[in-house]
Design a protein around this ligand. Structure first.
Ligand SMILES: [Zn+2]
Length: 66
């Protein structure tokens, strides 16, 4: 990410596009090419679990922890 404008960091709130938590509620927020695309470390972990569990022809039902 590049240094953009002069917005104070504290005013930027990144919300995870998956679970809706803000970057203040999670350890790491990964921001995509645009600030609209974000995912937190918790959801990355969830996705990783799905990817690692994925077997041929086997689909994993969406498990979204609340
Ligand atoms: Zn998340």
């Amino acid at each position: 990410m590049t240094h953009s404008d002069n917005l104070p960091e504290e005013q930027k709130v990144f919300t995870c596009g998956f679970c809706g938590k803000t970057h203040k509620e999670v350890q790491v927020m990964i921001v995509g090419p645009t600030p609209d695309i974000t995912i937190c470390n918790e959801c990355v972990r969830l996705c990783l679990g799905v990817l690692l569990d994925k077997n041929e022809g086997k689909t994993i039902p969406g498990e979204v922890p609340k």
